[in-house]
Design a protein around this ligand. Structure first.
Ligand SMILES: NC(=O)c1ccc[n+]([C@@H]2O[C@H](COP(=O)([O-])OP(=O)(O)OC[C@H]3O[C@@H](n4cnc5c(N)ncnc54)[C@H](O)[C@@H]3O)[C@@H](O)[C@H]2O)c1
Length: 375
């Protein structure tokens, strides 16, 4: 198959969908890979590295879309790309259709096949979202530690303390992927960590695997009110699938916190679990309300494109290879993980939640996959 890797043109997006190592694997399976010039630079991969891995470098994004049967990207196509997408072209990338109607309509019109990273399912987990949660979870402590410094208007406390001085207290709300990675990093830096969740099973697991300086606690309004009074850094890492995050830390609670407390609301992309959080960017990541520092960057992994690109492509490459080897119909018929990734196929919305979000007709994907089986 002919694979195209365009350069990401979304603002501040430095990741790339395939690394030189991924190119080598694709070539081994007999596929041709075309990469847009400078596509990998933001993540630290030069055109020369891609070339020596066996890719052909094309000068423009138009060239890449024109030649490719399958486009592998990171972010959803933006307006400029809509007209470049061809009928029957397979697009494998993050789409987040339900949050943007013009994109959904444009992809319907293109009659392309849109397989979204975010809805690929492995059991009950979303394997192509996990790596970015891992990055954001680990980063939340790195950023939190920085904003606890006095010049950043934090409390001026060192996360790990020093001999003779107590460490900082870190409260993590939500013990899923983000929360687990956050607790692990904070514990590694010597902080006094408490992790809260509403799942007792999850708390049992965390209690078993975490270091001794991590305590678990049931998440409840009462417990949160108690803990925030002495916490130095609070990480919001809650997710209720398909719903807005609940506001676990409300506006009135800020007054109970000490001045210079830092809030990192990783869940801001789902509305945030801290009431006063509003999405911020890497250019201006924080703001202050009631002397409490708020860090609410909605695309945290964007600040560490090298790590994020490798983490993402480690997860996407096996699926991309399967799609290239078998074509999307056979791959989705044979791999139940890939099938729910199909969102828009040749002009039809085949993912229920997307159809419902915009009141569009829904077509069961089986109709398309059946054709393959019969053929
Ligand atoms: N800002 C970013 O750059 C960025 C990057 C990656 C992920 N995220 C977001 O981070 C959030 C967490 O993602 P995740 O992968 O860890 O999700 P996850 O599903 O792995 O974990 C969520 C956890 O929250 C728990 N939870 C639900 N309600 C709770 C409550 N009331 N109190 C305490 N815990 C509760 C669940 O039991 C679960 O363990 C999501 O909103 C995700 O979109 C943001």
């Amino acid at each position: 198959m002919i694979i195209g890797v365009p350069k990401e043109i979304k603002n501040n997006e430095n990741r790339v969908a395939l690394t030189p190592s991924g190119v080598v694997e694709m070539k081994k399976h007999g596929h041709e890979v075309y990469v847009q010039a400078t596509a990998g630079l933001g993540s630290g991969f030069s055109d020369e590295e891609f070339q020596s891995a066996g890719a052909t470098i094309l000068p423009t994004i138009e060239d890449v879309y024109a030649i490719a049967e399958m486009i592998i990207k990171v972010k959803e196509p933006i307006e400029y790309e809509y007209d470049l997408i061809k009928e029957d072209q397979l697009l494998f990338t993050y789409f987040h259709f339900a949050s943007y109607e013009p994109l959904t309509k444009a992809m319907i019109e293109s009659k392309a096949v849109c397989l979204a990273y975010e809805t690929v399912e492995k059991g009950r987990s979303l394997p192509l979202l996990v790596p970015m949660s891992e990055v954001a979870g680990r980063m939340s402590i790195q950023e939190g530690a920085k904003y606890l410094e006095k010049p950043e208007q934090g409390r001026g406390i060192l996360l790990g303390g020093v001999p003779g001085v107590k460490p900082a207290k870190v409260l993590v709300l939500g013990g899923g992927v983000v929360g687990t990675q956050a607790a692990k990093m904070a514990a590694g830096m010597g902080a006094d960590v408490t992790i809260m969740d509403i799942s007792l099973d999850r708390l049992r697991y965390l209690d078993d695997v975490m270091a001794a300086n991590v305590k678990t606690m049931m998440s409840s309004e009462y417990n949160i009110r108690q803990e925030i009074k002495t916490a130095d850094l609070i990480v919001g890492a809650v997710l209720i699938p398909g719903a807005k995050a609940p506001h676990l830390v409300t506006r009135d609670m800020l007054k109970e916190m000490r001045p210079g407390t830092v809030l990192v609301d990783v869940a801001v992309d789902q509305g945030g679990c801290i009431e006063t959080c509003k999405p911020t960017t890497h250019n201006e990541p924080t703001f202050i309300i009631d002397d409490v520092v708020h860090y609410c960057v909605a695309n945290m992994p964007g600040a560490v494109p090298y790590t994020s690109t490798l983490a993402l492509t480690n997860a996407t490459l096996p699926y991309a290879i399967e799609l290239a080897n078998k074509g999307w119909k056979k791959a989705c018929n044979e791999n139940p993980q890939l099938k729910p990734g199909l969102n828009v196929v040749k002009g039809d919305v085949v993912y229920k939640a997307v159809a419902e979000a915009f009141d569009l007709p829904y077509v069961a994907v089986e109709q398309y996959l059946q054709e393959e089986v019969e053929a």
